[in-house]
Design a protein around this ligand. Structure first.
Ligand SMILES: [Zn+2]
Length: 569
């Protein structure tokens, strides 16, 4: 493979919204191992540029194909033939047979084909290459993308006012490169005058370089011009460690089987838990804080006393605070606990009875967001102190209660039930069917069919009720789990989370890009998320998640969570 072929950025901004190979289950129906290219943030009408010198060999209309209106270029380099595909366009500015140069404007971005909102999709093919799980020729474009030109460092130094993210681009949706510490000194890149004026300004971003050379963007409202405290004295040279040495996670941290994020998780370490370094202590100490370095550690006292690897850039030598509380979850049926968070080639290490209280050894908010979610795993401790992984979709936040005794007298009218907590309404009587809506505890759900039969199923695990949703535009009926409803209304939430689209986007009937579009939503329109506000907050901005929302004009539907943000932009 030649290393002379480079891709010019096809859009002006620097935000990649979906990488190659992501979201395998979304692409399974297309017989692909994952996303077959790169997606770039691109509102409708943005300029699209040719990635390299080449020839237009195909322009295809929006005729129902997955790419919508798209352009294909051919590039011949050193006897190799590369092809680039620019998909979901609104307008094409070139024609078949035309020669184009790298960086030439060839099209305008759009929202055609199978999309969840406007963006540019780029596929790269190298004729003759084969990436397992993808069509012939398809390769990951990322390593071919030209490094951005980095503006020169200035004399201006700024300081973070809090722990804040360094991002790849100037938006909250840009990729997170790393965490910056509170009070960290950053060299401003580019234009010092503009940066100085932006310091402290909400919505502005400043391009900076860290002491270690890493560069990116920092939110201007999290920096100041003065160091927040006097510089710390030069540290004394540390004496050579003699005894066992411990480090601590800076936040809830994955412990892995090997020194790479590609190896499986075996545990989660919390900030107060000592991790004992294994091996060459001097070398390990020198690596603390180094991005890309891994430390071999022994986990805190546990029956199995196992070892694993943690990211050296997420540990410190002082213990962090113990969490105030940890989430407790309860198996909905007898289930297995496993050594790693997967069912494949991973024999159970314990059998847990339905209703056993399990302490989730993780950030409680994250644990709550994962509870009940299919495909997610929780790292838990049993009442006897055993630790391991359980399937998040087999546990719930409350222990199962025996079905309440229902009044005997025959019902006169239709039966109304209420969600015991924020509840998925599904297309059919099974968790395998897609969600159509979310019901909150105060919303009346009218049972369709025989009320007496429905009453007898209330509270019973595995039973479903067919219900009519409260008056709203959109889906009008669905199925709810009978073991999550009751006959008394619960409280209306004090508040619902409001989110704002970062671009014009589609609202859909169900939470999938394949679902019918039921409306277009404008950039920055306030959307009330009809869900538990904390869960909604945890999902906002996350790739492959969906939010059930109400628009200002009273329309209801699902929007892609990775295209909204918690603040208007
Ligand atoms: Zn794509």
């Amino acid at each position: 493979m030649t290393d002379k072929f480079r891709l010019h950025w096809p859009v002006d901004n620097r935000t990649i919204t979906q990488y190659f190979g992501e979201n395998p289950h979304v692409y399974a129906p297309y017989n692909q191992a994952g996303h077959e290219g790169l997606d770039f943030l691109a509102p409708v009408g943005d300029d699209i540029y040719a990635c390299a010198d080449g020839e237009v060999f195909d322009v295809r209309p929006d005729d129902g194909n997955a790419y919508g209106l798209h352009v294909r270029l051919r590039h011949r380099v050193d006897g190799h033939e590369y092809r680039t595909i620019y998909a979901h366009l609104s307008e094409v500015l070139v024609s078949e047979g035309q020669h184009v140069g790298a960086g030439d404007r060839i099209a305008l971005s759009g929202n055609t084909g199978h999309t969840f909102g406007p963006h540019l999709h780029l596929t790269l093919k190298l004729v003759g290459a084969k990436t397992p799980g993808y069509p012939n020729g398809v390769v990951d474009p990322l390593s071919y993308l030209q490094e951005e030109e980095i503006p020169a460092p200035t004399d201006l130094t700024i300081y973070t006012t809090d722990r804040v993210r360094l991002r790849a681009g100037p938006t909250t949706s840009s990729a997170q490169l790393t965490w910056l510490g509170k009070g960290e000194a950053l060299t401003v890149l580019g234009d010092a005058g503009t940066a100085r004026a932006w310091v402290g300004q909400p919505g502005q971003w400043i391009q900076v370089q860290r002491a270690d050379g890493m560069h990116g963007f920092v939110a201007a409202w999290y920096v100041q011009l003065q160091p927040p405290w006097p510089a710390p004295p030069e540290p004394e040279p540390e004496p050579a460690p003699t005894g066992p040495l411990t480090v601590y996670a800076t936040e809830a941290l994955n412990v892995r089987r090997g020194p790479s994020t590609g190896t499986s998780r075996i545990a989660i370490a919390l900030p107060h838990e000592p991790l004992t370094l294994v091996g060459d202590l001097q070398a390990a100490l020198a690596q603390i804080g180094d991005r890309g370095a891994w430390l071999h550690v022994r986990l805190p006292e546990q029956p199995d006393g196992s070892k694993g690897y943690v990211a050296a850039w997420y540990v410190q030598t002082e213990p962090g605070p113990e969490p105030e509380t940890l989430l407790t979850v309860y198996p909905t049926e007898d289930m297995n606990m496993r050594e790693w968070p997967t069912v494949s080639a991973n024999p159970p290490i314990a059998r847990l009875a339905q209703g056993t209280p399990l302490t989730v050894h993780d950030d409680p908010e994250r644990a709550q967001a994962l509870t009940g979610r299919y495909g997610e795993w929780l790292y838990v401790e049993t009442p006897e102190g055993r630790r391991g992984w359980v399937a998040a979709w087999y546990v719930q936040l409350q222990p199962l209660r025996p079905a309440e005794r229902m009044p005997e007298p025959a019902l006169a009218g239709p039966l109304t039930v209420y969600a015991a907590e924020v509840l998925n309404v599904r297309r059919g009587p099974s968790t395998g069917t897609s969600r159509v809506a979310i019901a909150l505890p105060h919303e009346p759900l009218t049972v369709i069919g025989d009320p007496q039969a429905a009453l007898s199923r209330l509270g019973r695990l595995g039973e479903w009720l067919h219900v009519r949703l409260p008056d709203r535009q959109g889906e009008s009926e669905g199925y709810v789990a009978a073991w999550y409803v009751r006959t008394e209304p619960g409280p209306a939430p004090d508040t619902l989370l409001t989110v704002y689209p970062i671009t014009d986007m589609n609202m859909r009937e169900r939470p999938t890009v394949k679902a019918r579009r039921i409306g277009q939503i404008s950039y920055n329109a306030p959307l009330a998320v009809h869900d538990d506000p904390e869960r909604a907050q945890a999902l906002t901005g996350r790739s492959d998640e969906w939010l059930y929302v109400e628009t200002p004009d009273g329309r209801w539907g699902w929007v892609a969570a990775w295209y909204v943000s918690k603040a208007p932009s």
